[in-house]
Ligand binder design. Structure first.
Ligand code: GLN
Length: 381
């Protein structure tokens, strides 16, 4: 294995899903829904396949999808986007992150990133040779500390890699928190790359604020998202980046050598979803909120009082309440002891102490699955 990869452990999501399959345990680990998105969108893929959308799409993405993404940003956030220069379609948001970092970060550049971080960020930052500067979201409330942000974002920073709603903590950054990042980014002339795949999955009447909508931020921000979480098609891997033309060109410059183009028949179907199922993600969020409550109440009853998340698919607990010092040890023992799989989030921290006891539970599952999961946890010794 190349040195640039040898020190990065395999992704914990695959490890824990494999553990669930091997043991037959209930999978509350990896975040994927157990019910697919709208049937009309599946029908749109079939139609595209039969209509002959089977050869390479344009590298930047098919025009209908780029136009639908621009309309989506206009409808939800009032952003006016040129679909020919300010949008690029990617193979999931994971490719958008990879292409944004490869397109913008040189070896030795400093990148500020919230930790716990989604694991692909760190792997990509390492592959780019970036110097990582984490800002730690700590239990129990998982908010960024303004002084830590101020200390982290300096003239040495090339870009800030944000994620809101935040995986794994479920934190939704407030307008004030984003404004501080924006002020610092402007003061130090820094770019922002922001992963907003959970943009529609926010709870309790919260609003998701894209940092690109704050004054002075459009021109320095790449906003990334995807259809996977908004429409419950995580396996389709259709994502996108929007932003000013020079930043979008940087993404495209790297993307052309990664995947060249993204799946032709999926793109018109995602355009159909954005244009013709505009309320579907909001209904999903309402539904998910009830399942969040089911999971959180059940975890609390099992002695694992969670931090109630403001958005995403995930709730986090501190397992030291149950007498476990190490979340990974608990997660490895859990299939046998309780028949449940969860994700230890310690690997998403550079600050090992901040994450050691934390475990993430997914609630993007059917209510009966969640109910059975928490029943098993309560019954376990
Ligand atoms: N985003 C999903 C999660 O956080 C999983 C994606 C993956 O397995 N890489 O669980």
């Amino acid at each position: 294995l190349a040195a640039r990869l040898a020190h990065i452990p395999p992704t914990v999501f695959s490890e824990m899903s494999a553990l669930a399959v091997r043991t037959g345990a209930l999978n509350l680990g990896q975040g994927f829904p157990d019910v697919d998105g709208p049937a009309s969108v599946v029908a749109a893929v079939k139609e595209a396949l039969e209509a002959g959308a089977n050869q390479y799409a344009p590298g930047i993405g098919v025009p209908a999808l780029r136009a639908a993404i621009a309309r989506h940003q206009q409808r939800h956030y009032g952003l006016e986007i040129d679909p020919d220069r300010e949008v690029v379609v990617t193979t999931g948001c994971t490719e958008a992150v990879a292409a944004a970092l490869l397109g913008l970060v040189d070896p030795g550049d400093e990148v500020v990133v919230l930790e716990p971080y989604y694991d692909s960020y760190v792997a990509m930052l390492d592959m780019c040779g970036a110097r990582r500067r984490p800002v730690t979201l700590r239990a129990p409330d998982f908010r960024p500390d303004p002084d830590e942000l101020r200390a982290a974002i300096t003239d040495r920073t090339k870009l800030v890699l944000l994620n809101t709603p935040h995986n794994p903590t479920g934190t939704v950054l407030t307008r004030e928190e984003l404004q501080l990042v924006a002020d610092l980014a402007i003061e130090h002339d820094v770019l922002v790359v922001t992963d907003e795949v959970y943009e529609h999955l926010v709870f309790d009447d919260r609003a998701h604020v894209p940092i690109a909508t704050l004054p002075g931020m459009w021109e320095r921000t790449l906003t990334l998202s995807s259809a996977g979480k908004s429409y419950s098609f995580t396996g389709w891997k259709v994502g996108w980046a929007t932003g000013p033309a020079p930043l979008v060109r940087a993404v495209l410059a790297a993307k052309q050598w990664l995947t060249f183009t993204s799946g032709s028949p999926l793109q018109p179907a995602v355009a159909h979803a954005l244009d013709h199922e505009p309320d579907w993600p909001t209904e999903l969020a309402r539904d998910l909120q009830a399942r969040r409550d089911l999971l959180c109440d059940g975890l609390a009853a099992a002695g694992l009082e969670p931090r109630v998340p403001e958005g995403t698919y995930f709730a986090t607990t501190d397992v030291s309440h149950l007498g476990w010092a190490d979340g990974r040890e608990l997660c490895l023992a859990l299939p046998e002891r309780a028949g449940v799989v969860a994700i230890p989030t310690q690997g998403f921290y550079d600050d090992a102490e901040a994450g050691r006891q934390l475990v993430r539970w997914a609630f993007c599952k059917q209510p009966d699955v969640i109910a059975e999961g928490v029943r098993r946890l309560a019954a376990a010794d």
